[in-house]
Design a protein around this ligand. Structure first.
Ligand SMILES: [Zn+2]
Ligand SMILES: [Zn+2]
Length: 169
């Protein structure tokens, strides 16, 4: 996703709109891979504020992920908004160079920045459905499909002690 601001930079108060549909290869993320099932659709609005460019927009895609409870693969809809301020190199102060987003040429890529926003909007864990029952910790059966006969669930530890005491263990 490259934007060209040659025109916009000359018009203070002016704005431009961009629309992208970008196909991304899987991205390594810790020990997992982030797999894009559909292109990343991005809408961007640029405003020349005089000293900087205000870049805001909205993006969405579908990711192929694995449920952290039952391990099944499912498609996750990711939809997020973002807003950034890009400063042209000639207006940036030395202390800004560390933290601000700076562009040097009229045309620059914003892929990296959009992916940073994307990562910030990922959930801590993917769950296929709020009531996914997950795998049985004893036999590994998918408890969404099978009722296994394991009886280790949700035993209050205090009751467990009591039941042992009752049995004289
Ligand atoms: Zn699940
Ligand atoms: Zn089980």
């Amino acid at each position: 996703m490259r934007i060209n601001v040659a025109q916009l930079r000359r018009t203070e108060g002016g704005s431009e709109r961009y629309q992208f549909s970008e196909i991304f290869a899987p991205i390594e993320m810790g020990k997992d891979m982030l797999v894009f099932h559909t292109p990343l659709e991005v809408q961007i609005n640029l405003i020349n504020t005089g000293k900087s460019l205000l870049v805001s927009g909205q993006a969405n895609t579908r990711l192929a992920v694995n449920c952290s409870r039952c391990l099944r693969e499912f498609l996750y809809n990711l939809d997020f908004e973002f807003e950034d301020e890009w400063i042209p190199a000639e207006f940036s102060s030395p202390d800004q160079e560390e933290t601000a987003l700076i562009f040097e040429k009229d045309e620059f890529s914003i892929d990296e920045r959009i992916l940073e926003h994307l990562f910030l909007h990922l959930p801590m864990r993917f769950v296929c459905s709020p009531d996914c029952k997950g795998l049985c910790v004893k036999c590994g059966a998918d408890r969404n499909n099978t009722e296994c006969n394991c009886t280790n669930e949700d035993i209050d530890p205090r009751l467990e002690i009591l039941s042992k005491w009752n049995k004289g263990v």
